[in-house]
Design a protein around this ligand. Sequence first.
Ligand code: GRF
Length: 203
Amino acid sequence: KRIVILISGRGSNMEAIVEACAAQAWPARISAVISNRADAAGLDYAAARGIATSAVEHRAYPDRERFDAALAEAIDQHAPDLVVLAGFMRILTAGFVQRYAGRLLNIHPSLLPAFTGLHTHRRAIEAGCKLAGATVHYVTAELDHGPIVAQAAVPVLPDDTEQTLAARVLASEHRLYPMAVRWAVEGALRIEANGVVRQRDGA
Ligand code: GRF
């Protein structure tokens, strides 16, 4: 199986996936890491690991449709079975999402369906939540609403700031996302008609 990972910055989730793929000998390889920012730190890590990298700079395109078309072209050069969004900070058009339906995963730093969108950690603290976490989900046209694949919960501690909570959630993301991507490449996931994801029997 071929995996393309999309990033926008640091790329620590991408790193965790690259490392797990190698260490656990997945039946898959990371074919490319693509960023919407040429200066994304994660591109250097990927290149150093011998992975093909490219940048499709969103600022170079007049609108989302044309950016998404260029992005899809860059992705499709690698003919991926799975496209993994890892800290990819652009909203994708319905057409793009449809093109990769059932093979496009994202990680969101909240326990969905709570706290879609930005500033999830600050909002969880402000709401007095005692648990926070991360969610891996299939991407659909509605932002942060696709079928949920896996979740990890962490405590919100009394003295947490946005930063300390973000760090605790991120550590959980680094365990959760490689596990979920592995399930996907192993064909262990099935999306039921009602949108609920189940592990295939015997997988
Ligand atoms: C992660 O917390 C991810 O859930 C969020 O942005 C962060 C990306 O971090 N959407 P990294 O680029 O994977 O280090």
